[in-house]
Design a protein around this ligand. Sequence first.
Ligand SMILES: O=c1ccn([C@@H]2O[C@H](COP(=O)(O)O)[C@@H](O)[C@H]2O)c(=O)[nH]1
Length: 280
Amino acid sequence: MSTSSPVPFGARLAAAIEARGRVCVGIDPHASLLASWGLEDTLAGMEKFALTATEAIAPHVSIVKPQAAFFERFGSRGVAVLARVVEAAREAGALVCMDVKRGDIGSTSQAYADAYMDPRSDLASDAVTVSPYLGFGSLDPFVETARRTGAGIFALALTSNPEGASVQRSITADGRTVAASILDDLRALNADASPLGSFGAVVGATIADPGTSLAINGPLLVPGFGAQGGTVADMQRIFGDAAANVVPSTSRGVLQAGPSATALADAARAANDEVAVLGR
Ligand SMILES: O=c1ccn([C@@H]2O[C@H](COP(=O)(O)O)[C@@H](O)[C@H]2O)c(=O)[nH]1
């Protein structure tokens, strides 16, 4: 039996970005995209969309981000397709961030961590999005499971939707914003990590001034690039010196190029080229 420790997510992500670029492409089988691909809004249509997109895009990017909701809406058979997407992405050499935004009381969070981070589950991914809004400490099971399995987390800090600010920019009893306190907690988890910690934040490409340091020595998953209007210039403004740790994420911006596999691959490569400036 091997006793070697798993390579942490942060180190694996840093190497993947070096090899394949920093863009993350979301696998989001929206009903509207199925229609534009000429597919029916059925389980079979969703399966065709998700696997075509994953097989075309995953060989060209460091990481993909399936949005679980678009699979869950087809019930258990949709979740089975999600497991196949995870498998197909990994076979193509891409990391997988499962976008499920989970978080609950600690004992329930452990069950979510088992589902999405433990290799014994067919939904186990390299990283998972988590919600810290039951208190950062409620994420401990995700943190401990990540350390044990070599997975990572992305905690929602400053999300791309305009409604997020009403909670995330609220001032806590110690005078920090809620988002700043989440970022501080992530920075502490990443304190000794090199080249990159495994405990990341979600920060939208559509936000105004973050109002706090985004340097957490961990990855910054940045949705809102593309269809939601966020640009490379926005990311340079928002992230400043932390831009080197940014993983811009776009779903519809690439997926709308389908159903041609060649066009999807070209769109993924173009997105990668567009954001390459962030690391320089
Ligand atoms: O703050 C957040 C957190 C997550 N998302 C998710 O990212 C994609 C965005 O899709 P686009 O088509 O590129 O707009 C989607 O799955 C969201 O649930 C986000 O947008 N903002």
